[in-house]
Design a protein around this ligand. Sequence first.
Ligand SMILES: Nc1nc2c(ncn2[C@@H]2O[C@H](COP(=O)(O)OP(=O)(O)O)[C@@H](O)[C@H]2O)c(=O)[nH]1
Ligand SMILES: [Mg+2]
Length: 361
Amino acid sequence: MRIALTGRPGSGKSMLFDLLEGKGGAPAPGLRIAHVVVPDPRVDALSREFKPKKTTPARIEFQDLEQKGSVQYPALSPERREMLSRADLVLLVVELFATPPEEWAEEARRQIAELADEFLILDLATVEGRLERVQKIVKAGQKPGFTGEPELLERLRATLDEGRPVRSVPEAEEKAKELRGFAFLSGRPILPAFNVGEEQLGEARALVDAIDLSGVLQPNETDGSRIVFSAEVENQILEIAEDERATFMEAFGLTESAVAQTIRAAYERAGLESFFTVGEDEVRAWSLRRGSYAPQAAGAIHSDLEKGFVRAEVVAYSDWESAGSMNAAKEKKLVRMEGKDYVIQDGDIVNIRSGLAKSRG
Ligand SMILES: Nc1nc2c(ncn2[C@@H]2O[C@H](COP(=O)(O)OP(=O)(O)O)[C@@H](O)[C@H]2O)c(=O)[nH]1
Ligand SMILES: [Mg+2]
């Protein structure tokens, strides 16, 4: 999964990116990319049993764009548009650290709306441009890009005209593959991350959770956990000794770091779960969309495994854990044979049997 950061200049994007990347240092201009580990104690436990040559956690890709010179905002530069349109999720850093708390609700809504509106305007131009071309193609007696394209584009134009994003149209979701070439910005879900000041951190969680974001975000984007952090305080945390961090965080009423919150919220919003492959060579965690079938899990590993999918040997992580080892799980018949209709569950330990190739382990 790829997540792109955006927000007003000075909202704290680069500070958050530095935290995610875990490196620091002066950012060079241009696109920055970090592959951030998804912390998962289950991977560590599996690694202890299999003692593999390699342990590979799941990762999420984060991107930040450091632009040269003065930046226009919300007018998005072509580079920023490109970055955002290719992301699975847009992480919008909302600046609240310089805003008095009584103005947070209004200010948060404004910052989200200004990005969402910019997305609508740019997408409308994309749709209208494509419609014009498609109409010419059809007039010339040729086929459009895909069946139903002109109708879908008309529908999208009407939707955008009403101020609603591409992602509010279910048919667009279905046609997502064909539509990808257009890289609609409003097709990307928005996940806000609220950057608050040190003094407000104590009350920030309750205040931010109370902000009504209906109307500026899609209905399914307003629920779920909200990322509330102080980039300043997070940096202070990094400066103190590791064994003193918990006490320091407690003093601020923090239970989770900005990085942990961001990864968890991203997983939740993108509807991701993890499954595992195990063996002597490698223990590995993979991200998958919730509700995916066994062949799609195979496809996440390798497209050949999906093509040649025969069946999957599956044991739930909790069953493996209670059995105590993989052999014990097998003896207790907790390892199941599943076919192509099996829906992968979070924490499944999976071994794909394929006619074309065999998965590791
Ligand atoms: N006081 C305070 N200042 C912040 C915070 N986050 C960002 N800033 C200020 O904003 C400046 C720019 O932050 P940066 O992460 O580069 O913003 P970007 O333009 O969104 O990438 C920083 O140098 C800080 O002075 C914060 O949490 N508290
Ligand atoms: Mg920056």
